[in-house]
Design a protein around this ligand. Structure first.
Ligand SMILES: [Zn+2]
Length: 166
């Protein structure tokens, strides 16, 4: 790999989370990207799952959400993503927990830190999917098959909720 600063070929993995050039000593760190996900529960105590339109894991279930933009806070990011994906407005966010995750895109594995929130929205009956979501489904927490969920961190969260809601 070439050094992005001096063009040397001696730009190599230095630690598990950094690359360094042994010619000009340029050292770049790779940190986890921030992502947000919403847990929306209806009156029947079912959780809203989105259906992923694109890879990774196209066609599989996910929770609504996405990456936090530069200069954006997590709550604004989740409010924006839910509006983009489901067409509804978030009226209340309650932080639940965070989990590390892996996201494969174009043969690159991105490390993320996913922040999960319980969310209330203004009109759950008027959801219209858009953006990177091809559909949605409500599933009861006790019946949901974890294997239908595409990515690691939502799998873990729903496994948690199964215990919590027992
Ligand atoms: Zn260099």
């Amino acid at each position: 790999m070439f050094c992005p600063k001096c063009g040397s070929k001696k730009f190599m993995e230095h630690t598990v989370k950094s690359y360094r050039c042994s010619d000009c000593l340029f050292h770049i760190f790779l940190n986890a990207g921030a992502a947000v996900s919403g847990i929306i529960i209806n009156a029947n105590r079912e959780v809203l799952f989105t259906i992923r339109k694109f890879d990774p894991k196209a066609g599989m279930l996910d929770l609504p959400g996405g990456f936090v933009d530069y200069e954006e806070n997590a709550e604004d990011a989740l409010t924006r993503e839910i509006k983009e994906e489901l067409g509804v407005n978030v009226t209340k966010l309650t932080y639940y927990k965070s989990l590390p995750n892996l996201y494969e895109y174009d043969d690159i594995t991105y490390h993320t830190l996913d922040l999960f929130y319980f969310c209330e929205v203004d009109s759950i009956e008027s959801i219209i999917v858009n953006d990177d979501v091809s559909g949605y489904v409500f599933e009861s927490i006790s019946n949901i098959d974890i294997k239908k969920i595409g990515l690691g961190s939502p799998k873990q969260i729903i496994t948690d909720l199964k215990k919590l809601f027992k």
